[in-house]
Design a protein around this ligand. Structure first.
Ligand code: ATP
Ligand code: MG
Length: 440
């Protein structure tokens, strides 16, 4: 039951140590150090948020966040390795080598009328500034989901539960705290978070949490593009990208993030594009599961491929090479996409290169093919080509040929490419020949 009232009233249900499964053995030593030190200095200290939720679910937490009644300056004094960060939210980061423990001071509630001191909303109800310190029973109400609002108390290893999150975690239900519409209006990113947690945790959304999303999805247009990029990485590179994609589509959120892609999905090549996206996300999830590196370049290339390909076809009608058309198409589509989601240049540059290489795989003879093989985006472009072949967009024989070529020794490669042997030169090196600037 959700009987708890927002606004700093009510007392928590306290789940004592014997009644839950969280063991200190699964908590990072550094987080424990910070918790104990705060507690010894006379402050309240709790593990909070995703780490408590994940520990209860038997998932290894990504990070360990701490909440305390110590003010950031006081935290800063307790730890030599602490640093204060943040403007909208002032926080302390305590650093131990590569691990950063985030220590946040309790903040006043979103709903508590007595706590409006330093909080400002825009006309749509979106939070612009929110820096009022409060007590734990206020802090809890500004959190998003009940499962994310559990506090593990280092003083006696109990869990404090104001919002019936313990029950929801056990029932595997994702439930927004407070009035869902108000909470989504305050911060539309919570709609994306709902999808992400549902996907990652395998939770179902409480009906009242799911219901407003279809109507409120357009509020995502007001979210700063840089924040959406961060969120995008969490959605598609968190190991549950395919499920996130499915839920984004299902809840009408995808089109708000990628309007052009949404249009392509409804177009004549929609089915192949859908397949491409699914295969790519599946393979990204697989890589994450195996702890192999993933790059936003690849995910973005896949997500934008539909509109880029269509744009390139239009540009090609005006003349020029297909390589140029793809490069220019990519530039245009990325530019339009930036209105919604910022894409740092370090990703958009390689994306453009990798897509523009696609037509060059059809040229399989001579120095030009050799240069493709040596191109710094060859591997990414080849992986992408392979995906396209799986969707029926590219002749599989072409992919097979390039696969075989990569496995040959340099002499066999030269023969396969129909190139004459150039004596005295190290194999695999290319001659410095005068080159045109485009389109390599
Ligand atoms: P994970 O780190 O596994 O993705 P998390 O729950 O730790 O999940 P974070 O984004 O790290 O998520 O946020 C930590 C906590 O801060 C959340 O559990 C939640 O209580 C609170 N929180 C984060 N973002 C929001 C938000 N937009 N609105 C309300 N509360 C939030
Ligand atoms: Mg976290």
């Amino acid at each position: 039951m959700n009987t708890a009232q927002a606004g700093g009233r009510g007392s928590p249900a306290i789940i004592a140590r014997p009644d839950h499964t969280i063991s200190r053995a699964n908590i990072s030593r550094n987080a424990l150090k910070v918790l104990y030190r705060l507690n010894e200095a006379g402050f309240q200290a709790f593990l909070v948020g995703g780490s408590v939720r994940d520990l209860l679910l038997g998932i290894l937490p990504k990070d360990f966040d701490i909440a305390t009644n110590a003010h950031p300056e006081q935290v800063n004094e307790l730890f030599r390795n602490a640093r204060l960060i943040g403007r909208r939210f002032r926080l302390a980061h305590v650093r131990f080598g590569r691990e950063i423990i985030e220590v946040a001071t309790f903040r006043a509630s979103a709903d508590a009328p007595e706590a409006h001191h330093d909080r400002s909303l825009d006309d749509g109800g979106r939070i612009l500034r929110d820096n009022v310190y409060g007590e734990i029973d206020e802090d809890v109400w500004r959190r998003d989901f009940t499962a994310n609002a559990l506090y593990y108390n280092i003083a006696d290893f109990s869990i404090w539960d104001y919002a019936d999150g313990f029950q929801d975690v056990n029932d595997r239900v994702l439930r927004l705290i407070g009035d869902p519409e108000t909470r989504y209006r305050e911060d539309p990113v919570r709609m994306l978070r709902a999808v992400r947690f549902a996907a990652k945790l395998g939770f179902s959304m409480a009906p009242s949490t799911a219901a407003p999303i279809a109507t409120l999805a357009p509020l995502l247009r007001e979210v700063p593009p840089a924040r959406l990029f961060d969120e995008l990485l969490k959605l598609f590179q968190g190991g549950h990208g395919l499920r996130c994609y499915e839920l984004l589509r299902q809840y009408g959120l995808f089109g708000e993030l990628f309007p052009h892609t949404q249009a392509s999905l409804a177009g004549p090549h929609g089915e192949a594009l859908e397949k491409l996206i699914r295969l790519a996300l599946e393979s990204t999830d697989q890589r994450v599961a195996e702890d192999r590196p993933v790059t936003p370049t690849f995910v973005l290339a896949v997500l934008l491929w539909g509109p880029i390909r269509e744009r390139a076809a239009l540009l090609l009608e005006e003349g020029g090479s297909d390589v140029d058309a793809l490069a220019d198409g990519a530039t245009e589509v990325v530019l339009e996409q930036l209105e919604r989601i910022s894409i740092p240049r370090r990703f958009s540059g390689p994306l453009r290169e990798m897509l523009a290489l696609q037509p060059r795989f059809y040229q399989r003879r001579g120095a030009r093919a050799r240069r493709l093989l040596e191109h710094k985006r060859f591997r990414a472009a080849y992986d992408f080509l392979e995906l396209r072949a799986e969707c029926g967009e590219v002749d599989p024989e072409v992919v097979a040929w390039w696969t075989a070529l990569q496995e040959m020794d340099p002499e066999a490669q030269r023969r396969e490419l129909g190139m004459r042997r150039t004596s005295e030169k190290a194999p695999g090196r290319r001659r410095r020949a005068p080159r045109r600037s485009a389109p390599d």
